[in-house]
Design a protein around this ligand. Structure first.
Ligand code: GDP
Ligand code: IMO
Ligand code: MG
Length: 422
């Protein structure tokens, strides 16, 4: 049996916190897509960690963590990440598994990412420059390199011919701002380290777990509005971030997926370029950015902020088949006089509650529903039912609009700042 947690907006919804919160109920936590473009923050016992490629179950004893075949791995960054967690998780070696079919991000993939972005000028995607797009491009183009390849005697030869090909593309872009030699030294050292980790045939492992009745949590990265099919294309990432991606990203059949948890913030953020209908490009947006510490966990970039967009949220709940919603960062809206949520779009005078197919070319005016704000000092100790009624109205309006239960409300980054509703 597999449950899924994933982000319903443009990423950074708080997936790391909730994956960590939920993991005690599971035997294995698996990442199924994305790579080190992700930054998942976890806070407990006064400590804070940011994970990029390693699943968020790594800090819980006795739980296995799998980097699935659908993920793209940068061995250099994975090594750095292991260094950050190894004191907290001295047994990581036993509990971290890597699919041999996961694709490798080579130094030249990162250079290609930078070259491609530079060539786009003002139309750039705003990529994290982690080499994600070029690596998935090679995967689909059938010229990628996989983790299992590092065990082959002809690995270096294959690497060299792939890099030759990349260098021609980089030359075509006219991009020269890189030092490949330094990066390659780090890369080959990281490959030796990767060889010491548990490289597995992960689809068999997952099936064995399922057949033994064990529980698997699939942890999404990015968000549904960044999905390569249904997101704000071309301002998206290069993987399938939706629940459908779990099947191909781990090698499991749809019938094994039991429950989909969808995570959203009580407002919206997005980092990088692309449409954002409810964006608050003003002082209020800045206030939300400061209160919510809306700066990238991996890149430190400013996140754009705006009101909650229920049109987009309902769309992504539909695409994912969300069973339960989890609302994050309610505390960031504490003390506002008035809050807005978009309930429809006005596109050239036509009111619609559908996300248009050509979102990037549409002039969207959000239609807002206003709510009175709630106080600054909400007491979490007495549980959800004892919360301020203005706060509960906000939560329950969203629930009714989407037609899906909000089962958990998060009111702070820590494990204990989490309200579970009956
Ligand atoms: P992810 O990529 O979805 O895992 O999210 P990020 O870690 O990139 O960003 C979420 C940020 O919000 C992190 O800094 C979390 O520690 C923090 N966070 C998570 N839940 C809450 C919450 O309920 N309230 C507040 N104030 N911060 C939260
Ligand atoms: P987590 O898992 C927020 C965004 C980038 C850019 C676009 C493409 O922490 O929620 P890419 O490097 O993937 O080619 O960039 O996607 N992006 C994210 N935004 N959270 C993320 O991950 C993201 N991963 C990629 O900012 O707009
Ligand atoms: Mg993040």
């Amino acid at each position: 049996m597999i449950d899924v947690i994933l982000g319903l907006q443009w990423g950074d919804e708080g997936k790391g916190k909730i994956a960590d919160y939920l993991t005690p109920k599971y035997d294995l936590v698996a990442r199924f897509q994305g790579g080190p473009n992700a930054g998942h923050s976890l806070e407990f016992e006064g400590k804070k960690f940011v994970l990029n490629t390693i699943p968020s179950g790594i800090f819980r004893k006795n739980i296995l963590n799998l980097i699935g075949n659908g993920v793209v791995i940068d061995p250099i960054r994975l090594g750095e990440e292991i260094d950050r967690i190894k004191d907290e998780c001295p047994d990581y070696h036993e509990r971290l598994l890597i699919s041999q079919k996961a694709h490798l991000i080579l130094p030249t993939h990162r250079i290609l990412d930078a070259a491609s972005e530079a060539s786009k000028g003002k139309d750039k995607i705003g990529s994290t420059l982690r080499g994600i797009g070029p690596t998935y491009k090679d995967k689909i183009g059938r010229s990628g390199m996989r983790v299992g390849d590092i065990l082959d005697p002809d690995f270096n030869q294959k690497y060299r011919s792939t890099v030759e090909n990349h260098l021609k593309q980089i030359e075509f872009f006219g991009f020269t701002d890189f030092d490949l030699q330094t990066e390659e030294t780090k890369f080959f050292a990281a490959i030796e380290r990767l060889k010491t980790l548990k490289l597995v045939n992960s689809e068999y492992l997952i099936h064995q777990y399922i057949s033994e009745g064990k529980k698997v949590l699939a942890e999404g990265a990015q968000g549904s509005m960044l999905d390569v099919e249904f997101g704000t294309y071309p301002y998206v990432t290069s993987s399938n971030t939706l629940s459908g991606g779990v099947c191909t990203g781990l090698g499991v059949a749809p019938k094994h997926i039991r429950k989909v948890y969808g995570i959203f913030k009580a407002y919206c953020t997005r980092v990088g370029s692309g449409p954002f209908p409810t964006e608050l490009d003003n002082a209020l947006g800045e206030e939300i950015r400061q209160l919510g510490h809306e700066f990238g966990a991996t890149t430190g970039r400013e996140r754009r902020t705006g009101w909650l967009d229920l049109v987009a949220l309902k769309y992504t709940c539909m695409l994912n088949g969300v069973d339960e919603l989890i609302m994050m960062k309610g505390d960031v809206l504490n003390g506002f006089d008035e809050l807005n949520v978009a309930t429809a779009y006005n596109i050239n005078g036509v009111i619609t509650s559908e996300v248009p197919a050509n979102l990037c070319n549409s002039q969207i005016e959000p239609v807002y529903q206003s709510f009175p704000g709630w106080g600054k000092d909400l007491n979490l100790n007495a549980g959800y039912d004892a919360m301020d009624s203005t706060f509960k109205n906000y939560v329950e309006f969203i629930e009714n609009y989407i037609g899906c239960k909000i089962s958990v409300v998060s009111m702070g980054p820590g494990r204990d700042e989490t309200l579970v509703r009956n």
